[in-house]
Design a protein around this ligand. Structure first.
Ligand SMILES: Cc1ncc(COP(=O)(O)O)c(C=O)c1O
Length: 379
């Protein structure tokens, strides 16, 4: 049997990984500033993470949500404290799309409404409602199309205000990334997020903060939406939560009521997933990785802004984007194959940096040196 060919891949096989580095089968070392798409939060194969998962696997790896799983309560406690939301409740699932799917569904159960407000250039996942709320018709199958989702222009407070004035009573939820990832590292302005918060309160709609990519400390705060000083009703999270172990969740404000059977999953919140997620939070806390993301990210952005060929350097913490002029359009490939550095991209001409939150200054410097070398060679 062959693989279903949906991924345009680079011809590299990774066989070993540690911290911010990975190695291919020829023993070639690469600096990883992509983190497997913003997933590696505490660094590859962190010893505490490996130990905690191994220990757990030797005890019990999985049992379903039909029994008590104290690790879930431990995770909820720690996540509540570190995220600054101790009075929220946690529902665990398995992926970013599933987290958003559950958030949108929960909102509709809560207020009995159907309309979802999403924004241009958003990405919320590939399952039914999540993909319907994603602004990319190419990945929306006919069966996913629905009139229940409306797209408004991102960061346009006036358009939002006007939509709510006309249709506010119909809106079930508003879903927004604090920093759009797939869309190209576009920050939601504080004013925009504050307007969403205010209008959702006024019209009893649910404010869903998609923190799947921009959350979990990546921005230099636990949730990037925290920069606007707002409290969303539901935060969705996934990527950095398990440092590569598939675990996701939503945290839910106290005014949204739970009812038996309203949400559910077989795998979500299993013993092994909780052990992985706990190990991640323990390392984030012990090694002060959120502060490191803020500091190293600021340093990196400051230095990138000094390179005149790189346009619109933007982002927060270790979620950074910049645009390339035409003569540097192959820079990402050159960084990968000549400099052995993984980076991310966004169409049409943006490089995205999504490294581990433990990235060291010396690795940032190695990247800056490599990029300068490539630019000198081309320009
Ligand atoms: C903001 C955002 N939401 C949701 C998702 C979907 O997550 P997953 O691929 O785990 O389903 C992604 C994935 O890139 C994302 O960036």
């Amino acid at each position: 049997m062959k693989l279903f060919d949906v991924y345009p891949i680079n011809d590299i096989t990774i066989v070993k990984a540690k911290g911010s580095y990975v190695w291919d089968q020829e023993g070639q070392q690469y600096l990883d500033l992509y983190g497997g798409h913003a997933v590696i939060s505490i660094g590859h194969t962190h010893p505490h993470y490996v130990q905690r998962i191994t220990d757990q696997l030797n005890k019990v790896g999985f049992y379903s949500n039909s029994i008590r799983i104290p690790l879930q309560e431990e995770l909820a406690d720690k996540l509540g404290r570190i995220s600054g939301r101790p009075d929220y409740r946690l529902f665990l699932c398995n992926s970013g799309a599933e987290a958003n799917e559950n958030a949108l569904k929960l909102a509709s159960f809560h207020n009995g409404r159907k309309k979802i407000v999403a924004f241009t250039q958003s990405f919320h996942g590939r399952t039914s409602l999540a993909v319907a709320a994603t602004d990319n018709p190419a990945i929306v199958a006919p069966v996913n199309q629905t009139d229940n989702v409306v797209f408004l222009p991102f960061n346009d407070e006036a358009a939002l205000e006007e939509y709510f004035a006309q249709h506010g009573e119909e809106v079930s939820s508003v879903i927004v990334e604090g920093i759009q990832g797939v869309g190209g590292i576009n920050e939601a302005s504080a004013g925009f997020l504050q307007s969403i918060s205010r209008l959702c309160k006024k019209y009893n709609a649910v404010f869903i903060a998609d923190s799947v990519q921009c959350g979990y400390g990546r921005s230099g705060k636990f949730f990037s939406h925290d920069y606007a000083g707002v409290d969303a009703d539901v935060y969705t999270m996934a990527k950095g939560m398990g440092n590569g172990f598939p675990v996701a969740g939503i945290i839910i404000a106290p005014q949204l009521q739970a009812k038996h059977g309203m949400l559910g999953t077989t795998f979500g919140g299993n013993h092994l997933a909780c052990a992985a997620a706990l190990a991640v939070l323990e390392v984030i806390e012990q090694e002060k990785l959120i502060a490191n993301a803020a500091e190293t990210g600021n340093y990196l952005m400051g230095e990138l802004r000094k390179i005149p060929q790189l346009k619109r350097v933007r982002g927060k913490g270790l979620m950074i984007g910049f645009d390339l002029p035409d003569d540097l359009k192959d820079l990402r490939k050159d960084l990968l194959f000549s400099q052995r550095i993984f980076t991310g991209e966004a169409k049409p001409n943006t490089i995205r940096l999504l490294p581990s939150l433990a990235l060291r200054k010396k690795d940032a410097d190695a990247f800056l040196e490599a990029i300068q070398e490539e630019i000198t060679a081309k320009c």
